[in-house]
Design a protein around this ligand. Sequence first.
Ligand code: PCA
Length: 334
Amino acid sequence: MQRREMLGTVMGALGAVGVMGAGVGDARAATQWKLATGYKPETLHTQNIEQFAREVEKATAGDLKITVHPNNSLVKLPEILGAVQSGKLEAGEMLMSAMVKDVPLAGADSVPFIVSSYKDAHRLWQYQSPLLEKHLIDEKGVVPLYAVPWPPQGLFTVKPVRTKADFQGLKMRTYNATTVRIAELLGAQSVDVATADIPKALASGQIDSMITSSLTGVESQIWTHTKYYYELNAWIPKNLVFVQKKALDALSPATRKAVLEAAKAAEERGWALSEAALRASVNELRSHGMTIDRISPELSKDINRFGEKFSREWVRTVGNDATRLFVPFYTQAP
Ligand code: PCA
């Protein structure tokens, strides 16, 4: 063994048995976490995670370094929860409603027409969060760290739509169970496309309509292909950042505290960023010549009806948890 390696081994061993004081913590190997997300590096959520990672590194004086792997590069979005559960990586971010197969309650924020403002979305999260945390910890060994919403969901189309009949033959991009079901009920063909692939899918004619946020519209430079945006305010979906419980428990109490504090700050920052992005992105769509409109009363009636149908189906699948969540949400409304 080389002298240097030997020295490293001895220092490591001393650190492990607590012989070395905190002041010489530099010698102890820093913990490294990998964090995978399905979204692009420049997306609001990914930028916020990067800041979270920097704050953790700073607050722990480098004791914990979190490396962010964006854009499905390490693990694809639908598989991130499973990968964190199995310990393939320590942490991840997923659209919460993309976890419904594992945790049905995670889809609560994508039930249509329950919330249409950030204030209500935040209130829903207050009730959803403890229930979701219990499921994730007990069933997956995964601890939620924080959640940040996308702006409210609206409808992009290449041509104006006034009635359900206008959706016949449209190819509607979908990203979760709600969007698939709405496409089905409208009579459009649903096409599953990852967020980062939207521009390609539009350019190739694979899709010609979708329900998403104004922000995702801007990030996809949607005006190149579609001209109409209808502000449905249909739901406010969130991304959840989470960590394997084993990895979190393995940290020193001080480092763990730093992670949880940075997570709390990231959640607050993220909600404010999202709300600011809503205003900025609708303006940007308009500045690129897009028509921003409300849907026709006729279509609105249909979409509301489909929303109600979806809600009933959702409540049936989720069972008691739906009651635990929505009874306080409605009865304790201010
Ligand atoms: N953007 C993401 C999820 C919701 C949103 O606004 C997407 O369209 O995939």
